[in-house]
Design a protein around this ligand. Structure first.
Ligand SMILES: Nc1ncnc2c1ncn2[C@@H]1O[C@H](COP(=O)(O)OP(=O)(O)OP(=O)(O)O)[C@@H](O)[C@H]1O
Length: 231
């Protein structure tokens, strides 16, 4: 397992968001996290990615315990091993598409020329070869999400965390963006954990899990149980 969460609990004040949630994800797997609004999906994703620390429970990444790591080490791990795509707002609007994609490499001290060369290659792979010089504030929603995907994958992360990556897009554009995301992740062998409300988005995944009242359930296990009970 590349990611393993055990008995994660987390509350916001008195509101419990996760209640002993568990999830194991194999390397290269694409997992969709679904479930009703407010059930704890984003909180789970943030705990898995080391953005939040759980109140209790454990998060493991490739045999290393993430939730007890120092902030500095966890930040470094996030920068080098994880990629993130959110619904919106993750691009710097005043910068060009190429600047945005080059940014994580420049922060990682890649040479400027190499960073821009790789940014160009990734924009090309996402069908945005012509738009590298355009400010991201002047892109369509679908184009901006493709830039965000390029930026998330350019550093070669082991795991891509996506929270409603198509939430701000119309369904056709959303499907196209998901197709690109999943296609590239498979080519690169990247594990993907994607939170979504959209069953069509989830259909691109290898596996779906459902978060309900802060717990993770496997819908097929539920189906198996209920068909077993019917017999
Ligand atoms: N910053 C916060 N402060 C207080 N309560 C919060 C905060 N963030 C989330 N919550 C609460 O925690 C619970 C889980 O929220 P979370 O955002 O993880 O759910 P979600 O399944 O991702 O929801 P959605 O699908 O609507 O995005 C909800 O009851 C929510 O109201």
């Amino acid at each position: 397992m590349i990611i393993e969460a055990r008995e994660l609990s987390r509350a916001y004040g008195r509101t419990p968001a996760l209640r002993e949630a568990g999830l194991s994800v194999a390397a290269g797997e694409i997992v969709a996290v679904m479930g009703p609004s407010g059930s704890g999906k984003s909180t789970l994703l943030h705990c898995l990615a080391g953005i939040f620390t759980p109140d209790s429970g454990e998060v493991w990444f490739r045999g290393r315990r993430l939730d007890t790591m120092s902030d500095a080490r966890r930040t470094e791990l996030r920068r080098t091993a994880f990629g993130f795509v959110f619904q919106f707002g993750q691009l710097v609007p005043e910068l060009t598409a190429a600047d945005n994609v080059a940014l994580p490499m420049l922060l990682g001290r890649t040479r400027r020329r190499d960073a821009y060369r790789r940014a160009g290659e990734w924009l090309e792979r996402l069908g945005l070869g012509e738009l590298g010089g355009r400010r991201t504030s002047e892109l369509s929603g679908g184009q901006a999400q493709r830039v965000a995907i390029a930026r998330a994958l350019v550093t070669g992360p082991r795991v891509l965390f996506a929270d409603e990556p198509t939430g701000a897009l119309d369904s056709l554009t959303g499907e196209h963006v998901m197709e690109l995301l999943v296609g590239l992740a498979r080519e690169e062998g990247t594990t993907v954990i994607v939170v979504t409300h959209d069953a069509r988005v989830a259909s691109f995944a290898d596996r779906e899990v459902i978060v309900r009242d802060g717990r993770v359930t496997d819908p097929f296990a539920e189906q198996r149980e209920s068909s077993g009970a019917a017999r």
